[in-house]
Design a protein around this ligand. Structure first.
Ligand code: HEM
Length: 303
């Protein structure tokens, strides 16, 4: 059979590309509209009562989390402390394997009280980046460590992937630095603390990593991930120590966001912007100088 003519293949490809792009944009617009509605509903109705944030009948309801079992050899874990903690408590499969994207949305919603819009948006983004279907496909936790998908350089609690490709490893010295950085009451973390920490990490990663990259979207992911420590965890040092050093939920812990519809992207982005826009190293020349210093030393070629 002869090959189809170039014009036919090219037209089909352009049409498929265009439809998929428009479909993606339409989904995003819908998600943002629903998010706006949930944001308004949250303003209008009272929050859940303290002690009743995790819905009745779900793991963690009333602060009773299923037993914590650290990962065994062969279990899949990843760069995200929140997903690892769910697997360590058996809320996701303890093996960390064969998780349906759709199911991830449901359990993230119940466990952390993020709004359904966020719980759809992030796993759907991850599925698209991995070229899988959100509706039908599954993943192992380690799959989401695909570099520069969501995982990126200059993270708060992981060394860069070039230094250690196993992104499930907790970088204890980095975690300890986060835990010492709080300037709020009781040493709790504030947005300014996280801007400072992220700035510091970006500069040191850029100096040390000859393949350092941080696109706009990854800067935004970096400050979003960091902002969960301020919102869902309320910046509380006491809880963050257990969560970040062991990827375990502290006894009786529950999300600090108590809105009925959960934490919407609209409300969350308020914190994310405070954190990202407060990173002075992005504008005072320090980050730029870090790259020049590295190449000036010639260490990339000399390594
Ligand atoms: C909804 C599905 C989620 C996916 C697919 C996901 C994915 C990821 C990935 C790939 C990273 C690594 C980013 C990096 O290189 O630093 C990450 C980091 C992180 N995530 Fe998640 N995540 C999810 C939900 C959550 C939730 C619900 C929370 C908090 C309640 C959370 C908190 C964090 C934190 C604190 C980090 C570490 C940030 C850092 O080291 O800079 N994530 N997540």
């Amino acid at each position: 059979m002869s090959d189809p003519p170039f014009a036919l293949v090219a037209t089909k490809r352009l049409l498929v590309g265009l439809l998929s792009f428009l479909g993606g944009q339409l989904v995003n617009i819908l998600v943002f509209l629903v998010d706006l509605v949930l944001f308004i509903v949250n303003l209008a109705i009272p929050d859940r009562r303290i002690g009743h944030v995790v819905p009745h009948g779900h793991p963690g309801a009333g602060g009773k989390w299923p037993a914590f079992v650290p990962p065994k050899q062969g279990d899949s874990r990843c760069s995200c402390p929140a997903l690892n903690a769910m697997a360590n408590h058996g809320i996701l499969p303890h093996s960390g394997r064969n998780i349906k994207f759709k199911e991830l949305s449901a359990v993230v919603r119940q466990t952390y009280n993020f709004a359904p819009t966020f719980c759809f948006f992030v796993p759907n983004y991850a599925a698209n980046m991995l070229n899988r279907s959100y509706w039908t496909d599954s993943f192992d936790l380690a799959d989401i460590d695909a570099h520069n998908c969501i995982e990126h350089d200059g993270s708060l609690v992981r060394v860069d992937a070039i230094e250690d490709p196993d992104q499930s490893k907790i970088a204890i010295p980095l975690v300890e630095r986060v835990l010492r950085a709080g300037s709020g009451p009781n040493g709790d973390l504030t947005p300014a603390d996280l801007s400072r920490l992220l700035g510091q990490r970006r500069v040191e990663a850029k100096k040390a990593n000859g393949t350092f990259s941080l696109a706009f979207i990854h800067r935004f992911f970096g400050s979003s991930n960091a902002s969960t420590l301020l919102t869902i965890f309320g910046g509380r040092l006491q809880d963050l120590r257990t969560f970040l050093t062991e990827e375990r939920f502290p006894e009786t812990w529950e999300p600090r966001i108590r809105h009925q519809m959960g934490l919407t992207m609209m409300e969350f982005n308020n914190t994310v912007l405070k954190v990202e826009l407060g990173i002075r190293e992005e504008v005072d020349g320090t980050l730029q100088a870090a790259g020049q210093e590295r190449y000036g030393l010639g260490s990339k070629k000399a390594d």
